[in-house]
Each structure stands twice: as C-alpha cells, then as structure tokens.
Ligand binder design. Structure first.
Ligand code: GDP
Ligand code: IMO
Ligand code: MG
Length: 428
C-alpha cells in the first residue's frame, strides 16, 4: 500500500497539515505536488505550533524525505525563510529536502502582477493570497516560465528572465502605470540562491518511482482543495493548479496505478477564504460563533475565513471525482455546544431541488441550501480517543455525514494536536 494522497474536500484549510503529520511517522517520503506558498498547513506537535507554506508537512519527521515536486511553484525567498525558520527551532530540513528540477519559480514580478491584477479586477477580484501563484502558473502554461533547473545555467536564466519580462514590462508600465522591472536585478536575485539550492535539486519523478519500486511509503500532500481546483472547482474563484488526487500524478510524475489510497480531508463544517460561491455561508452571529470557536483565520494571510454549516453536496462531489477511499473528518470538537446542527443535504436552484452540485456556475450562485437538523451534544470531546468515547449524538452526526458523502470516515479530529484524533481505520 505504498502510494497515498491527501486532498482537501472543501475550499481549503480542512486540516491537511495535521492529517499529514498524523500519519507521517510511517511515511518515507512526503511530497507537495501542486500550489505554492498560498498554502498554510498547521501542525501542533508537543505543544509547539508550526505553519508550513511550501515545505511538506512530513519535514518534522526526521526519517522522512520531503519532496517539492514538479507541479509546485516555488518562491525561493519563502523556501529559504522557511528552512531557516525551522533550523532556528531545531529542525534541519536542508540536508533532506529534494526540489524538482522541473518545478517553476515564482519570480518577484509574479507577486507584483498578482496584486495589480486583483486591484484592476475591482469587485470581480478572486481574493487571491497575493503570492504570485496565478501569474507563475500562467507563465508555465504560456511557456515563459523560469524553472529550478535554470538556476544551474546562468546564461539561460538571464535570457529567460529577459524574455519573460519583455511583455510584462509593457503591461506594467502602459496598463498598470507601474515602474518597469529590470531583468538583471531579477536574475541576480534568483542566482543568489543557486549555491544553497543546488544540492537539493533532483529528478524527483525518478526518485519517487524508485522509492515506490522499493515499496517505500510515499504520501502526496495536497494543498488547497478540490473546490479550488482549476478544472473541477468553482471557476473562476479557484487557484491556478490541480490540487485534486489526479494532480498528484502530473504534479510529481508517478502513474495513476501507483496511488492506492486517496484520503479526503473534510472539516465538520465549511470554511472558505477569498471570493466565490458558498451556499451554506452564515453571514450572521452563527457564522461569527463558528469562526470564533474554530479559530478560523487564515494561516497565510490572516484573513477571517467565511464560515458555514457542513455541505454534503460539496464533499460528495469531491469524494466522487477524487475517488476517495477514506475521509478524515476534522474539527468535530468545534461543533460541541450546539443544540441542533444543520447539515446541507440538497439545494434549491431556481425552484428545482437537487442533491448533487449544479452543473453551471449560475446554478451554483443561485443555490439555496436545504438543511436537515441533527441533534447536537454538549460534552467536551477533546479527550475522546475511540469512537465509543464520543457522545451518541456526535457518533450519529459522523455516521450521517458518512452516509451523505458516500465514503467511509476513517479518522476524526477532536483537537489540533497530533494525538487529538480518533482512528476508525488505518490509513496506511
Ligand atoms: P490545512 O491548510 O488544510 O492544513 O489547514 P490549516 O492549518 O490552514 O487550518 C486548520 C486549522 O485547524 C489549524 O489551525 C489546525 O491546527 C486546526 N485543526 C486541525 N484539525 C483540528 C481538529 O480536529 N480540531 C481542532 N480544534 N482544530 C484542528
Ligand atoms: P491550504 O493548502 C484556503 C484561495 C485564495 C483565493 C483562491 C486563489 O492552506 O488549504 P491563489 O493565491 O491560490 O491564486 O488564490 O484560492 N486559496 C486558499 N484558500 N486554503 C488554501 O490553502 C488556499 N490556497 C489558495 O484564498 O480564494
Ligand atoms: Mg491552510
């Protein structure tokens, strides 16, 4: 059972970092395969909190090889800040980390473009993290990207930066009224990392396939989430990559037959950061209470997360398209104290009832949630370690979600730290 992928089943921040860390002790390789430092994955280990943006969460396990694979976009400033930050806390990452030669670089101009584009869009903005993700992936698809391997050939790097900036400087100066960016300055900045980065650069697709041949356990750590996927999410309010399980194949260079397990991470309610449709969003004091109880503020940008009840249609769609074998349900403890808990099990869309997600963007925007009410519980559940430790109503809530999602729930989070979990089925 060597290949596993973890995927967010909603709009991100489901607790993927904790889930990755939780099963990390038995993992030989942890691989980030999509996105960049738009991610913020939180791990709480021995009372210490770590926030990972670019490094795979498995980095805290000293026996695990962390891999940044080809599908990731890498901001070198952030990469080394994160490596140095961990070193200061006693975690040596630099000697184990592998970075794909084919991964693309987020250059300083991508960050500038991300911010000015959002401003230009006005009320049609996406609400991006402002980390340059969209512009870096645009350059990749436009074949104007700079890759990690380009750092190994200064002449080529300089040519590529120049080619990439030629168009962008016209745009920056003539459309956005900004100063032009000098290619030599960008090239110098990127080259300043070459010496430190060179030993980490690897043919990671080959490394991972060799590891799988040797029956090593490889965990693909999804960032973002199913409904932020560029193809399957709530387009255009999405990120610019493929966080879904299939993205682990293109994003790392392993064939689909090598991934045996796809674990969806779903929060016991729903949150979203940035713009876009969110049928169960609560814009009143109920939403504020969920935000306060769940500490729902972004790890990357600090933005308050939009909060709402569990939407079974959203998670069912993710379970279907990712072929989840298991669900890890997080933050069940946050729901303690409600007399009744609504769960969305259908939408009314323009007078019609549906139990699957609408096909079109307009349908999604018009969707009104239809709720079923489940009885709540008042007992503190943070010390529960077995399913039978949970109050009966909490057990019934989990079983109800399981039935609506159509996938077994194999793990339940009852608190942020590594040990605050209930495992119903082994994940490896
Ligand atoms: P990720 O992006 O999917 O890794 O999730 P984030 O780290 O952005 O957000 C999840 C937040 O919930 C973090 O603050 C975690 O420490 C916390 N968390 C994860 N699982 C649980 C849980 O079961 N209960 C509680 N109370 N907090 C959790
Ligand atoms: P993790 O891995 C939550 C959202 C942004 C915005 C949209 C596009 O921590 O779950 P981008 O900067 O990617 O171009 O922004 O996607 N977004 C996330 N929301 N969690 C994340 O990552 C996210 N990564 C991107 O808020 O709406
Ligand atoms: Mg997050």
């Amino acid at each position: 059972m060597p290949g596993l992928v973890i995927v967010g089943a909603q709009w991100g921040d489901e607790g993927k970092g904790k889930a990755t860390d939780q099963i990390g002790e038995r993992v030989d390789y942890t691989v980030r395969y999509s996105g960049g430092n738009n991610a913020g994955h939180t791990l709480v280990v021995d009372g210490e909190t770590y926030a990972m943006h670019l490094l795979p969460s498995g980095i805290l396990n000293p026996n695990c090889v962390p891999v940044i694979a080809n599908g990731v976009v890498v901001d070198l400033d952030v990469l080394f800040e994160e490596i140095d930050g961990l070193k200061a806390r006693g975690v040596e990452a630099a000697d184990r980390l592998l970075v794909s030669a084919n991964a693309h670089i987020i250059a300083p101009y991508h960050k500038v473009l991300d911010r000015v584009t959002e401003r230009f869009l006005g009320n049609r903005k996406i609400g991006t993290t402002g980390r340059g993700i969209g512009p870096a992936y645009s350059d990749k698809v436009n074949r104007l990207g700079i890759r990690i391997q380009d750092l190994l050939d200064e002449k080529i790097l300089r040519q590529k930066v120049e080619a990439s900036l030629e168009q962008k400087n016209h745009l920056l100066v003539k459309v956005y009224n900004r100063a032009a960016i000098r290619p030599d300055e960008v090239a110098e900045h990127l080259l300043s990392y070459t010496e430190r980065l060179a030993p980490m650069i690897a043919d990671t697709a080959r490394v991972l396939n060799d590891a799988l041949d040797q029956d090593k356990v490889v965990l693909f750590e999804g960032a973002q989430a199913h409904h932020l996927d560029i193809d399957h999410g709530t387009y255009p309010y999405v990120t610019s990559s493929n966080p879904i399980a299939a993205g682990a194949c293109t994003g790392s260079g392993v064939g689909p037959m090598r991934i045996n397990r796809a674990i969806g991470i779903a929060k016991a309610y729903t949150t979203r950061v940035g713009e876009g449709p969110f049928p169960t969003e609560l814009l009143d004091e109920t939403g504020e209470k969920l935000r306060a109880d769940g500490g729902e503020y972004g790890v990357t940008t600090g933005r308050p997360r939009r909060c709402g009840w569990f939407d079974a249609l959203v998670v069912e769609a993710a379970a279907t398209i990712n072929a989840f074998t298991d669900i890890f349900l997080t933050k069940l403890d946050v729901l303690t104290g409600w007399e009744e808990i609504p769960v969305c099990t259908a939408y009314e869309v323009d007078g019609e009832r549906t139990s699957v997600l609408p096909m079109t963007q307009s349908g999604f925007h018009h969707a009104k949630p239809v709720y079923e009410m489940l009885p709540g519980w008042s007992e503190d559940i943070t010390d529960a370690r077995k399913f039978s430790d949970l109050p009966r109503n909490a057990q019934a809530y989990v079983r109800f979600l399981e039935e609506k999602i159509g996938c077994r729930i194999s793990g339940i989070g009852v608190g942020p730290s590594r040990e605050e979990s209930i495992m119903l089925n082994d994940l490896i």
